[in-house]
Design a binder for this molecule. Structure first.
Ligand SMILES: Nc1ncnc2c1ncn2[C@@H]1O[C@H](COP(=O)(O)OP(=O)(O)O)[C@@H](O)[C@H]1O
Ligand SMILES: [Mg+2]
Length: 252
């Protein structure tokens, strides 16, 4: 299905009050961060979008595709990366890619290497085709899933719930997904990820409270924060590998 835009029409917050943001539209290539404290309604909104809610969830929101309510579930429209990403399948990485490619009518043999390559740019611990899915770490699983969403699934809408603690390169992950004319909506507590989006939606009390577009000034802050964040990640990798920090340039 060709998605020209999705529209989220407001319902009510947890207290039954109408949401402050009456609605919003998203087009392919646009990204939106959902921000707000735990319990503010980020996952609920993601779930409304995933289900294409039609005033039939607690929030009474409606989600329209190209201006229309979808009466039937639409297969393959939404790819979701949840907080708990684990493969329960008894197969190797390569077998998984081949099976998934086949189910989507794609050439798995041709896709396997590029997909593994993309996954390996996202994750520090190498993923090999012959590894059983069940031995993959959380980071490896998520890296594989993101590469799968980017290269194999054609889902035009990607929903991501708190990707930041997954042991993957979160910037590359966002870029991998965003560069593909998808609509990417991600709930996050990570300031750098928030600022990578075209806009952010502040959630409060279960409701859409405020939409803030990203500004050029904020992008300058984002560059600085990203460098700080990279230093932290580098330090983490060095220390986790059992090495020591002797020079600050190791952090760059
Ligand atoms: N608009 C709403 N109306 C009713 N209940 C809601 C609404 N938004 C969130 N909730 C409920 O509030 C709780 C916390 O929301 P959740 O989406 O999990 O928050 P977050 O992901 O931001 O931590 C959940 O039980 C959820 O179902
Ligand atoms: Mg949540």
């Amino acid at each position: 299905m060709m998605v020209e835009h999705i529209r989220i029409m407001a319902g009510n917050d947890k207290t039954g009050q109408p949401e402050a943001v009456p609605g919003l539209d998203l087009k392919p290539g646009q990204s939106l961060a959902l921000v707000g404290p735990t319990g503010s309604g980020k996952s609920e909104l993601l779930s409304d979008i995933e289900q294409l809610a039609n005033a039939d969830t607690r929030s009474r929101r409606r989600v329209l595709i190209n201006g229309k309510v979808q009466e039937e579930p639409v297969n393959g429209l939404v790819a979701t990366l949840s907080q708990k990403t684990n493969f329960v399948m008894d197969a190797s990485v390569r077998e998984f890619i081949l099976m998934h490619a086949e189910s989507r009518g794609r050439d798995g043999n041709a896709l396997c290497d590029p997909l593994l390559h993309t996954a390996n740019t996202l994750c520090g611990e190498p993923i090999r085709g012959d590894m059983p899915l069940q031995v993959l770490s959380g980071g490896q699983s998520r890296a594989l899933m993101i590469a799968d969403i980017a290269l194999l699934s054609d889902a035009p809408v990607v929903l991501i719930d708190e990707i930041e603690n997954a042991g993957i390169d979160k910037f590359k992950a966002m870029q991998t997904l965003a560069g593909r004319q998808k609509i990417v909506i991600s709930a996050t507590h990570d300031p750098v990820l928030m600022l990578m989006n075209d806009a952010r939606l502040v959630m409060r009390n279960g409701g859409m409270h405020l939409r803030i577009p990203s500004s050029p000034d904020e992008q300058e802050c984002a560059d600085l924060l990203r460098r700080m964040d990279q230093s932290l990640l580098n330090a983490r990798d060095i220390l986790r590998a059992g090495r020591t920090l002797e020079h600050t340039e190791q952090l760059q």
